[in-house]
Ligand binder design. Structure first.
Ligand SMILES: [Zn+2]
Length: 185
């Protein structure tokens, strides 16, 4: 076992929305909304100790999220650890800068819906190479389910266009996709 201390958690974590609830499902734990949300609403902050790919693969290979170049969040132990993937998600990740990552409603969300985002929107091919378990067979059940979830580079072009127009692509996946960062206003 490594004796390397975990990096400290970032400060200023947004509390989860009080309308969120964790439920046990046949697919494991999942995060639901009791109250519903409007498009553009911020639901929670994704956070966790930051680690390189190498450290993340050693410490928590199946429970990390790629958030930058050679950078992952280790599990936070909070509700953000339980947002599942969907190929037709109702949420997206928002990267406003300063290392912050939020979960935002991609469309209006009805009470009782499970919250999800598309894991490929924050995953690069380099991430998949470091974490082979990130390529998985998808059981999301969406009409447009891709069957296998991989990296942003594996997304169909029309999905890339949709996610780009919705601001759903993480900054670190834009370069591998040969897309420019949006101009700031
Ligand atoms: Zn799917």
């Amino acid at each position: 076992m490594s004796t390397e201390p975990l990096p400290r958690e970032p400060q200023g974590v947004l509390p989860p929305h009080p309308g969120l609830a964790l439920k046990d499902t046949p697919r494991g734990k999942a995060l639901y909304t009791r109250t519903g949300h409007h498009k553009g609403e911020t639901l929670l902050e994704h956070f966790g100790p930051r680690a390189t790919f190498e450290a993340g693969a050693r410490l928590a290979p199946d429970h990390v999220m790629e958030v930058g170049d050679n950078l992952v969040f280790l599990p936070s132990g909070a509700l953000d650890d339980f947002v599942n993937h969907s190929c037709d998600p109702n949420c997206r990740l928002d990267y406003p800068g300063g290392g912050k990552v939020f979960l935002m409603a991609l469309r209006d969300i009805a009470p009782g819906e499970e919250l999800s985002f598309d894991y490929a929107t924050t995953t690069t091919r380099a991430g998949i190479e470091a974490f082979p378990g990130w390529r998985f067979n998808c059981l999301c059940g969406a009409a447009n389910c891709r069957g296998e979830v991989g990296s942003a580079e594996d997304l169909p072009p029309e999905r890339v266009a949709y996610y780009q127009s919705a601001g759903a692509l993480a900054p670190h996946v834009l370069r591998p996709l040969n897309l420019a960062l949006p101009r700031s206003a």
